[in-house]
Design a protein around this ligand. Structure first.
Ligand code: DX5
Ligand code: ZN
Length: 217
């Protein structure tokens, strides 16, 4: 059956303490880590790449790492990210010509496949690739920055997918926190990315638990 999984995004944490911040999230009940990789081209911002993910993996052996690849050429980083110890490679289909080929290569490299769409991309575009993927990510902000406002109109996509694919892992990302988790849960999302709402909360464990309990209800 579908599990409610909470994957905090460390994007807006103190990145000079990437390991400590990540370990703290896991100790506070995070089910996985959502690592936001940006190339300054697909999105107007830069973060980090496989060398840093590899260092983080060397200190955190067991956690599930998802990389959210906000990059123009996702094919390029499949093998380096697999080598860095990534468990799931989630990429945007918008800049990719041969999405099926990218899905295949991710699997060949031993990682799970996530396919992501921006708010302006119709759900029909990603639906074609569901049979080749382990998860669909519906963005609830324009990718590029943490701390933006949740776009409730994206819930139509989540509802559509949940209706037609009862067992599909559906992730939401952007502006998700205690104030917006109800919408996400009602629509049928079961993998929840939350950045500033978790990082900035006084009680991370309570916030993570609240997010999970809302999805399970
Ligand atoms: C946006 C990133 C998200 C985001 C999450 O480009 O993909 O993971 O930063 O942060 P919040 O929850 O603050 O929107
Ligand atoms: Zn993300």
């Amino acid at each position: 059956h579908l599990k409610a999984l909470i994957g905090p995004s460390i994007l807006n944490s103190d990145l000079s303490k990437l390991y400590e911040e990540s370990q703290k999230l896991l100790d506070n009940g995070a089910d996985y880590l959502h690592l936001d990789v940006m190339d300054g081209h697909f999105v107007p911002n830069l973060t980090f790449g496989h060398p840093i993910v590899k260092c983080l993996r060397s200190k955190i052996k067991n956690a599930f790492f998802e990389t959210h690849m906000m990059v123009s050429n996702p094919e390029q980083w499949i093998s380096p990210m697999a080598d860095a110890g990534v468990n799931q490679y989630t990429f945007h289909i918008e800049p990719v010509n041969d999405v099926e080929d990218v899905c295949r290569k991710i699997k060949e490299n031993g990682m799970k496949v996530g396919v992501a769409i921006k708010p302006g991309t119709p759900v029909s575009e990603v639906e074609k690739y569901i049979s080749l993927s382990d998860m669909v990510l519906i963005m609830t902000v324009e990718p590029g920055f943490g701390g933006q406002k949740f776009m409730e109109n994206q819930m139509e996509k989540v509802k559509y997918l949940r209706e037609h694919y009862p067992l599909l892992d559906i992730e939401v990302d952007g502006g998700v926190g205690p104030a917006t988790i109800g919408c996400c849960a009602d629509a049928g999302a079961n993998m929840i990315v939350s950045g500033t709402a978790v990082i900035g909360s006084q009680d991370q464990a309570a916030t993570i638990k609240l997010l999970r309990d809302t999805v399970i209800e």
